[in-house]
Design a protein around this ligand. Structure first.
Ligand SMILES: Nc1ncnc2c1ncn2[C@@H]1O[C@H](COP(=O)(O)OP(=O)(O)OP(=O)(O)O)[C@@H](O)[C@H]1O
Length: 601
């Protein structure tokens, strides 16, 4: 692999608003790019900052924006606390600037304004790029084939080919047109081309498109269109995501798309402060709810939330939400969304057939939209497998990658458990790598700080569990390393999907040991399907059967501790620890009867 991309990352860090303390991180640069680090910084800067950055490659621009947002959020939280607002429920008032003085009765005025100011820009835009007009079934079929869009269902609406064209066709409100334009959403991605019209036609949808292909916008645009004006009269749209981090990310998208409109969005996540619960009256003021299932069910159980006015229910990462672990909670949610006009939309990058069949039992004549091949990875990810022999070989391989400059930051490393995430962190942190770790045992504040630090480029290598495998959009991730072999094809696709997003290139390396060998084909099949080079011998490896796959999904392979310590030393330390523990126990047993005596008496 060429060494240039990593060097580019450092240049980009310096050249896109993020200040990088190269002197402080000199050692890290040397680790990742030994030759590059040897060149004087001033010379490098001269030659490399001019690298043309695609507008969507805003990993580091978003860092600056994120910083600004963070300050704003901190300010908002203080205000919220002062005014006695519920912090978890994040009113969007501050962010929407109300520059158009929007209110629920302003729709007409809003449309008038759209004819005067905002739309004059949009009309210009429409003249410039109204896309291809698809006039008949034949043209539509050819277009879908070209875009690898596959549809199934009755009366499937035609796809659209440009946002300007879409806005004209459906008479989008001015604020939405403007926000799409200012955020450079001019050309839709294939999933957006087809699923937005489906949802605008009030049809239920099962949508499956590769990671990083813009599914969030695909469901948010039609919801916002359908909501019309903000009412603040109870939830009309609910988006459910399996993790708190993803819910917060979706919320950020909503904020960006609703600038200039005073929609009130509430985010409920597991991290609730029970001493200060949100009241029913407060909850009744919102238009949109973004939540994790567990938190929502908690609110439903407390009778503090009403979902009877909900018209749009979106399940992001739908296959995860319909897995056994979440199913009971989702049942309660479906029961609470009692409107006969409820429109359900399911989105994910993976959709096992069993889950889809289950979904069809509660959906109303859904349209199925698949982009590319179902359950496949993005073709922009260069996938590879690396045999490391025994468990201990992984750490050796990892260090070789760092020394040899093959570890391209920003990089994500996935392991199978919290314990292993901690272990790997304590190994790598002493290697002088700028590394951090994220898992569900870290506090909400720690998790937020870690994500922020990774987004801003301060952390170059992030160790994570599957908590971070779904949905999270770190645009600039160059590489994903599966330190531990994934437990399912879905896990593999979502994990590696943290790189190679929005058309960018990325690399994914999966380590495997002798113990993983029987499951190898899970990864090989995905590699083959997405057009990666796979050696002949790997293609001939046997497929694990259904039972084997099920076992792997249920229980991860037992692995030796991640440690550079020899087995002999580890045993010696464990023995010593046992002796100390036993002695402590004995002492406690001696003390306990005396302590217990007064109680007995
Ligand atoms: N039409 C578009 N033009 C340019 N960029 C886009 C467009 N639509 C989405 N994007 C960008 O693509 C990135 C990936 O989008 P998103 O997070 O919605 O992907 P996804 O399909 O939901 O991925 P995952 O399956 O991993 O959740 C985002 O940064 C988003 O801003």
């Amino acid at each position: 692999m060429s060494k240039k991309p990593a060097l580019d990352v450092f240049s980009l860090l310096a050249g896109s608003g993020t200040r990088f303390d190269k002197r402080r991180f000199k050692a890290d640069i040397q680790l990742f790019e030994p030759e590059a680090a040897a060149v004087p910084v001033s010379r490098k800067r001269k030659g490399s900052v001019t690298v043309a950055l695609a507008p969507e490659l805003d990993f580091f621009q978003s860092a600056a924006a994120e910083e600004g947002r963070k300050n704003k959020d901190a300010k908002k939280k203080t205000t919220a606390k002062k005014s006695g607002d519920y912090v978890e429920a994040d009113s969007d008032e501050d962010d929407n600037h109300a520059s158009d003085e929007d209110s629920d009765v302003d729709e007409v005025a809003d449309q008038k304004k759209s004819k005067t100011k905002a739309d004059s820009d949009d009309e210009k835009e429409s003249e410039e790029d109204n896309g291809v007009v698809l006039e008949n079934e034949e043209q539509v079929e050819a277009f879908r084939k070209e875009q690898r869009i596959r549809v199934q269902g009755t009366d499937v609406p035609f796809p659209f080919t440009s946002y300007a064209g879409l806005c004209d066709r459906y008479q989008f409100p001015a604020y939405l047109r403007k926000n799409l334009t200012t955020q450079h959403y001019t050309t839709p991605t294939p999933i957006q081309m087809q699923s937005i019209p489906v949802m605008l036609h009030e049809r239920e949808i099962i949508a499956c498109a590769p990671t990083g292909s813009g599914k969030t916008l695909a469901f948010l645009v039609p919801i916002l269109f359908a909501l019309g004006a903000p009412k603040g009269d109870g939830f009309r749209a609910v988006v459910i995501s399996p993790t708190r981090e993803l819910a917060l990310q979706i919320h950020r998208h909503i904020k960006n798309l609703t600038r200039g409109r005073n929609f009130k969005t509430c985010v409920l996540t597991k991290a609730t402060n029970p001493s200060n619960p949100i009241t029913s009256a407060q909850l009744a003021k919102f238009d949109i709810l973004v939540t994790t299932p567990l938190r929502l069910v908690h609110a439903l159980d407390q009778d503090s939330i009403k979902l009877d006015k909900v018209r749009h229910l979106i399940l992001d990462e739908a296959d995860k939400l319909l897995e056994l672990g979440f199913l009971t909670q989702m049942d309660s949610v479906f029961a609470a969304c009692s409107s006969p006009h409820l429109q359900r939309s399911l989105f994910s990058a993976t959709m096992p057939s069993g889950i889809e069949s289950l979904a069809r039992t509660f959906m109303r004549d859904p349209i199925r939209v698949i982009i590319g091949t179902i359950n496949s990875a993005t073709s922009t990810i260069k996938q590879s497998l690396k045999y490391v022999g025994e468990e201990s070989g992984k750490l050796i391989e990892m260090r070789q990658m760092v020394q040899g400059g093959q570890l391209k930051p920003p990089a994500l490393i996935f392991v199978q458990s919290i314990e292993r995430a901690k272990e790997l962190f304590s190994e790598l942190v002493y290697d002088g790598i700028n590394v951090d770790v994220i898992h569900s045992e870290r506090t909400k504040a720690q998790r937020d700080a870690v994500i922020q630090s990774f987004r801003s480029g301060k952390t170059w290598v992030l160790i994570a569990t599957d908590l971070m495998s779904r949905g999270i959009d770190f645009k600039g991730v160059s590489m994903v390393i599966n330190y531990d072999f994934p437990q399912s094809v879905q896990s593999y696709i979502h994990r590696i999907g943290r790189t190679g997003r929005a058309g960018r290139e990325g690399a994914a390396v999966t380590f495997f040991t002798k113990a993983d060998a029987e499951y190898l084909k899970i990864v090989v099949n995905v590699m083959k399907e997405s057009g990666c080079d796979v050696p002949e011998w790997l293609l001939n490896v046997k497929n694990p059967n259904k039972k084997e796959r099920k076992n792997l999904r249920k229980r991860a392979i037992q692995r030796d501790t991640i440690s550079t310590m020899s087995k002999y030393d580890a045993k010696k330390i464990a023995k010593k620890r046992n002796i100390v523990d036993d002695s402590k126990k004995r002492k406690q047993e001696k003390v306990a009867p005396e302590k217990a005596a007064p109680v007995k008496a």
